[in-house]
Design a protein around this ligand. Structure first.
Ligand code: NAP
Length: 247
């Protein structure tokens, strides 16, 4: 069987898992593409390229020049641009495209979610009656919340927030997931949190905070996933591998 070149748009656990599975197959030549945002990224098996393509036209050129048979877009659900670039480039270059993403979280019985499209929407919600707020966000996403001077924030992020951010009242908790339900429950309860702000990343590594919020009656201000182009989509690796098999 001839070797097919598969381009994975990665930067996620899904991209890593897929590259690992495909790199072991003799009928596939897998190329993982990373945006290059992280200084020392963990590299997936197989070929890896790093950096942007130069928009959809640049990606289409890359697909043609490298004889790519198919693209799997495994970028993060909150990567706003790349999925659209991939859809446009795939049409231009006549290459098949699959979206592979973990399912979004959906509210369950007992949840008190308020969904917003962006952080300005979250600020508007918090302005109404929030007093003690847990921000489970990236350090680059905090600035919009600094206008809320009457709210006591607990900020959890992987890296320390910029010291110049003008929060009136903020405690910083530096931590990297996965987070266990028991620990999330203890943290939210000990800080008497009334609102939790996060993005709908999906997956099990960070959903403990949602279970804890449900039990504690905490309102969750959830940023919805951005819109994606209408392309074939799978949410587990077996389905992604079956799609590759069908090419
Ligand atoms: P984005 O808004 O969708 O993409 C912005 C630009 O970055 C794209 O136009 C493209 O540049 C380049 N790019 C993005 N993903 C790429 C990839 N896999 N390979 C090569 N170039 C890529 O994405 P983002 O939010 O900046 O995220 C960048 C990367 O970090 C993504 O790969 C994503 O999976 C990962 N990530 C993002 C988040 C998040 O919350 N946004 C979280 C975890 C991981 P050109 O137009 O020049 O091709």
């Amino acid at each position: 069987m001839s070797e097919r070149k598969i381009l994975i748009l990665g930067g996620t656990g899904e991209g890593m898992a897929l590259a690992t599975a495909l790199a072991a197959r003799p009928d596939c030549h897998v190329i993982s593409s990373l945006a290059g945002r992280v200084a020392n990224p963990k590299l997936p098996p197989g070929e890896v390229r790093i950096g942007g393509f130069g928009g959809p036209l640049g990606l289409a050129d890359y697909l043609r020049a490298n004889g790519i048979a198919a693209i799997i877009d495994a970028t993060h659900p909150f990567a706003r641009r790349m999925g659209w670039n991939a859809a446009e480039a795939a049409v231009q270059a006549g290459v098949k495209l699959l979206r592979f993403a973990r399912p979004a979280w959906v509210p369950q019985s007992g949840d008190r979610w308020i969904e917003v499209d962006d952080w300005d929407g979250a600020v508007a919600v918090l302005q109404q009656d929030a007093k003690r707020v847990f921000l489970a966000l990236g350090r680059q996403e905090l600035a919009p919340f600094t206008v809320l001077k009457d709210i006591a924030f607990v900020i959890r992020s992987v890296e320390a927030p910029d010291a110049g951010l003008a929060f009136a009242q903020a405690e910083v908790v530096l931590a990297r997931g996965p987070f266990k339900f028991e620990d999330e429950h203890a943290l939210l309860q000990s800080r008497a949190i009334d609102h939790l702000v996060c993005k709908n990343s999906g997956g099990s590594a960070t959903d403990g905070k949602l279970q804890a919020a449900r039990e504690l009656g905490i309102t969750v201000v959830m940023q919805r996933r951005p819109a994606r182009p209408d392309v074939p989509q799978v949410s587990n690796i077996d389905a992604a591998l079956a799609w590759v098999q069908s090419l």
